[in-house]
Design a protein around this ligand. Structure first.
Ligand SMILES: Cc1cc2nc3c(=O)[nH]c(=O)nc-3n(C[C@H](O)[C@H](O)[C@H](O)COP(=O)(O)O)c2cc1C
Length: 218
């Protein structure tokens, strides 16, 4: 099948034999940035964002994409509003062990509610930024806002899509996850988002080194 994304109405999806837009199932697995922010009054927010990734390593820069509005008040999602107000965030690594706590933080609690406290997630202070860290995450990236990029809005609803780019200024790693001088991803077992309500977990890795030119055949 082939379809132009601008033509993807509900009827067009059904004609193609699809129940949902498959875009997010194709761009998968996506890492999950479990983002802590604070508003100007210091109220803490924690929420998962799977439009999340690193875009450069030197300097280390990550982004998360805030789509649509806050369910409770129709304004900006808290993770966008807070970073705009205070310019700082922390990305906490979501692991298999933390999957259900992560999911609980995807609800739209009002901005004045401390979402870590409400969900019962223990925190640790950060070093270089104010938002706290999820104590049980094996790794955290402390970030300062680099830029907010306003993307084209949802053509159907007009709702905003905003890309939040952050410079990683500090990295915490739980030493139990460092094996042979490397961060052991299979020990951490990070969760990744697929399409629909599906997830994946990293439990295996393999190594493949880049070849040099000219390629050796056979
Ligand atoms: C695994 C997962 C990934 C999500 N990824 C995103 C995302 O990339 N962008 C987004 O706007 N919402 C995403 N959501 C929904 C937000 O987490 C949800 O709207 C949340 O209420 C936003 O919280 P906030 O207002 O506290 O920032 C995701 C939800 C889950 C469970």
């Amino acid at each position: 099948m082939f379809f132009e994304t601008k033509d993807l109405t509900r009827a067009a999806l059904n004609d193609l034999g699809l129940s949902f837009n498959p875009f997010k199932a194709i761009v998968a697995p996506r890492p999950i940035g479990w983002i802590t922010t604070q508003n100007a009054k210091g109220v803490v927010n924690l929420a998962p964002y799977s439009f999340f990734n690193a875009v450069s390593s030197d300097p280390p820069i990550v982004f998360y994409g805030a789509n649509g509005t806050h369910d409770a008040d129709g304004g900006e999602k808290d993770s966008l509003r807070n970073v705009r107000e205070t310019g700082e965030f922390v990305c906490n690594l979501v692991t298999w062990e933390l999957r259900s706590q992560m999911n609980d933080t995807a609800t739209s609690a009002p901005n004045e509610i401390d979402e870590m406290q409400a969900v019962g997630i223990a925190s640790l202070p950060s070093r270089l930024v104010k938002p706290p860290r999820v104590a049980a995450s094996p790794a955290h990236l402390e970030c300062k806002l680099h830029q907010l990029v306003e993307l084209p809005p949802d053509p159907a609803t007009g709702q905003r899509n905003v890309m939040v780019l952050g410079l990683v200024v500090g990295i915490h790693i739980d030493d139990n996850f460092v094996v042979g001088g490397r961060f052991d991803t299979t020990r951490a077992q990070p969760l990744a988002r697929l399409g629909y309500h599906d997830y994946a977990v990293v439990t295996e890795a393999f190594e493949m080194k880049r070849p040099s030119w000219p390629l050796k055949k056979g």
